[in-house]
Design a binder for this molecule. Structure first.
Ligand SMILES: [Zn+2]
Length: 344
């Protein structure tokens, strides 16, 4: 009897061990498949998570370079990254982010870590990848500005209009392609009164079709800075948004296109155009940006459109996810990049 019981419990324990082995194998298989899936589908995410796995050489904590570079070249890249860090720190009065930097000096290396045709890219707001064309303080500072901004905003802030994020990165990096020097009274190279892309998807689409998109965004941010007290205004805006505050009407309203307004009100885009034209005419204003200023000055600007969750409502009425995936890159951006380069 005792023997029988012993035999029964031994068989049960063998079955249990077998079951655990199977379970471990299945879980391991799923994890390996998931990791492999990420590595294949989003190589930049995988590469920035484990630069060494992609053959990148760590030259100091947080800085990974293509292997096999002469010491002088390594020093040069290091200096570029340090100079970029100083630009970001100068604007923000210090840095709160320290993204891992992965820099490649050949296309082969850059493709291997998941790069495309862009000069540089911010991945998941925790890493920056620089292509051979992006080993430059301007490009590096541009990407690091994205990371710094989102590190300061944190996860509690609502979505920042993409045009502001990009325009600010141009200002912070001092990109001479899109902005005149600080000594110029008017820093704008290209200005527009039209609404600028508010979402990442719109930004990618617009920037691909119009090479002046960066210059237009930089112009608007530059003017906003001039009108609101410079970098101090950005710090105050970040603090306001990080604390759950709403985007100022002057920024939110200027981001809405006729298409978005039409979708929100379920009317034809042509009807929006007509109404906007009539409003401007009656108020004696020339542009919709002037209308925003007018509304502000006369206390007509409505409070932001928010759901009970405290988050903005999209033009289609849906509430966006709090942690929206995003990426940012310096042109040329390819639409291919829209997926893997995500950030919280
Ligand atoms: Zn950018």
């Amino acid at each position: 009897m005792v023997r029988n019981i012993d035999m029964g419990s031994g068989a049960m324990s063998r079955r249990r061990r077998t079951w655990w082995r199977w379970l471990t194998a299945i879980v391991t298989g799923l994890v390996v498949t998931a990791v492999a899936g990420v590595a294949v589908a989003f190589p930049s995410v995988a590469a920035t998570t484990c630069p060494g796995c992609y053959g990148m050489k760590q030259v100091r904590p947080g800085l990974y370079l293509e292997p096999g570079l002469p010491a002088a070249r390594e020093r040069q890249v290091t200096e570029v990254v340090d100079a970029a860090g100083r630009r970001v720190a100068d604007f923000y009065g210090g840095r709160r982010s320290s993204p891992d930097i992965l820099a490649c000096l050949t296309d082969t290396c850059y493709q291997k870590i998941g790069g495309g045709r862009e000069r540089g890219i911010a991945v998941l707001n925790r890493a920056v990848m620089l292509s051979p064309n992006g080993i430059d303080p301007v490009i590096a500072a541009h990407e690091m500005s994205h990371v710094e901004l989102h590190a300061r905003l944190g996860s509690g802030a609502g979505p920042m209009p993409q045009w502001f994020d990009e325009g600010l990165a141009v200002v912070v990096s001092g990109d001479p392609r899109y902005l005149k020097p600080e000594t110029a009274g008017n820093r704008c190279r290209v200005s527009t009164q039209e609404a600028l892309p508010r979402t990442l998807d719109d930004w990618l689409r617009t920037a691909k079709a119009d090479r002046d998109t960066y210059a237009k965004a930089a112009c608007r941010v530059s003017r906003w800075l001039q009108a609101n007290g410079g970098s101090r205004a950005v710090l105050e805006l970040i603090e306001h948004l990080a604390g759950g505050g709403e985007l100022p009407t002057s920024l939110a309203a200027a981001s809405r296109s006729n298409t978005e307004i039409a979708a929100a009100l379920t009317i034809e885009e042509g009807t929006v155009k007509t109404h906007v034209a009539r409003i401007l005419s009656k108020l004696g204003l020339r542009t919709r940006v002037h209308a925003v200023i007018y509304a502000y000055e006369h206390g007509l600007a409505p409070r932001g459109n928010r759901a009970r969750t405290g988050r903005p409502v999209r033009s289609d009425g849906k509430i966006p996810a709090r942690r929206r995936t995003r990426f940012s890159c310096t042109e040329p951006c390819s639409s291919r990049d829209g997926g893997p380069h995500v950030t919280a």
